[in-house]
Design a protein around this ligand. Sequence first.
Ligand code: DC
Length: 228
Amino acid sequence: MRKITIAIDGFSSSGKSTMAKDLAREIGYIYIDSGAMYRAVTLYAMEQGLFNSDGIDIETLKSRIRDIHISFRLDRDTQRPDTYLNGVNVEDKIRSMDVSAKVSPISTLGFVREAMVHRQQEMGKAKGIVMDGRDIGTTVFPDAELKIFVTASAETRAERRYEELKAKGQEACYDDILKNIKERDCMDQSREISPLRKADDAILLDNSIMSIPQQKEWLMKQYLQAIR
Ligand code: DC
């Protein structure tokens, strides 16, 4: 069967990763969470002490961008891909509130985006890939055969993130999460390079009142139509 490229963009915590992962597993495609890549760069900058009272030490980060190796490996128990930063599993660390609070400024940096987009395009060369993020349908894979843009209210997304963190035993405060989501929405949409926006040919999905199985079924339908 012919393989295609599937781009799933949308607002933070809109459930796009869950849908994308499930679809990829079901149809035997590679799944790449591009947000995890920006989170891993952020964690690297934090661990290297590149955040200071003046902001980010941009020049040092720029000089080390080639030393940041990000990869994904399947966790045999969960059957989901974990993110590795320079060979270390950082899947839990990159989802912390600390990283969430610092990732937006990192993802506005031109040299970071350039490096990540290049790596993402390399990963997608052979097609058969589902990638989720903010600029996949507009910048990374503008020719993707199937593009989805996912949205839901900020309150619904904050609730989902709160439940996710609690389930992992991590500290969570609903109000902080909602504030972080609103701030990231604003920064993601207003940044100069590759702002979050729906590609003209993307299909819009508002999943505010949809269950995970309903979203899964909807996405499978879109995929089957796209490969027809
Ligand atoms: O999807 P996420 O919340 O894990 O993404 C983390 C951050 O990375 C988000 O605030 C915006 C940024 N991001 C981006 O700029 N471009 C992407 N393709 C994916 C994520």
